[in-house]
Design a protein around this ligand. Structure first.
Ligand code: 5GP
Length: 115
């Protein structure tokens, strides 16, 4: 698979990377929807959440854990944050490598209203 996020992982595109390990990369969203908007992306190829197999469930757990750890490290965990994973058209997915959005830094209001 080859998406913008794969190019960021391979350092073919620049990004403001805030965390990386063998399994995950995290970088700031280019069009932030909140004062803090970081994307957590697995290095395992998975186009959408629909492609996740039972044996790969830990891939999503690692993303959530990394996001929560980042929130604690950055000092906004107690104030709170939101994590979002969009899937396919109705979910608003635009990049087809799964990723978790971490949004924080202000009260975020409600969500889920049809466009
Ligand atoms: P999705 O809509 O698929 O859930 O989220 C994709 C996200 O990737 C969007 O929030 C979009 O702003 C972000 N994005 C798209 N292209 C780039 C890029 O080249 N660099 C970075 N850092 N973020 C990007």
């Amino acid at each position: 698979m080859d998406t913008i996020f794969h190019k960021i992982i391979r350092r073919e595109l620049p990004a403001d990377i805030v965390y990386e390990d063998d399994d995950i990369i995290a970088f700031r969203d280019i069009a932030p929807q909140a004062p803090v908007h970081v994307l957590f992306v697995p290095k395992t190829d998975l186009a959408t959440l629909n492609d996740l197999q039972a044996s790969q469930a830990e891939v999503v757990g690692r993303l959530a854990f990394a996001a929560a750890r980042y929130a604690k490290e950055q000092g906004f965990a107690e104030d709170g944050y939101r994590i979002v994973m969009n899937c396919n058209d109705d979910g608003g997915q635009t990049v087809f490598q799964i990723h978790l959005h971490l949004l924080a830094g202000a009260p975020l209001g409600r969500f889920g209203t049809p466009a």
